[in-house]
Design a protein around this ligand. Sequence first.
Ligand code: ZN
Length: 143
Amino acid sequence: MKVLHRRNGVAVLRFDKGEEFPGALADWCGKEEIRAAAVVAGIGMLSDVEIGRYDGMEYEKKTIGESSEILSLQGNVSVKEGKPFVHLHVSLADENLAAMGGHLFGGTVSMTIELVILELQGEFVRVPMGGTFWMLDTGQRNT
Ligand code: ZN
C-alpha cells in the first residue's frame, strides 16, 4: 500500500496486487492511529472476494473467485474491541459487466485499488447489539 496524498484529513491510498483487502487498510489505520474515518470512494479490482447480505440475523455469504471490477466502494472505519474495524460495501462487475454487490468481508487485490478516505476527529466505536450485529456509535459516553 502506498500513500499518494495525505493532507487536511484527506488521504488517497493505492493498494497493490496481492494485498489482502480491506485487511491492509485496517493495518494502516491501526499504525496511523485512525479511529474514525469515512471511506468515500474506491475503484480497482478484487479477486477471491467474499461478499454478503445481512438478513437481519446473519450474513448470507458468496465468494467470487474471478477478478472483478470494483464499480463502487464505500464505508467507514471505527474501533471494535480495541482494534480498527473497516466496514465497507462494494459493487462489482463480472466478466459480462453484470453488477453484484454487498457487504465486503475480504478479497485479494488483483490489479490495484485506489481509495479516498476522510480522516475524522474523535472516535467511532462498534457497540454489540446481540447476535452478529455491532452498531456504529461515537466513543463518547453519556454518563
Ligand atoms: Zn455491511
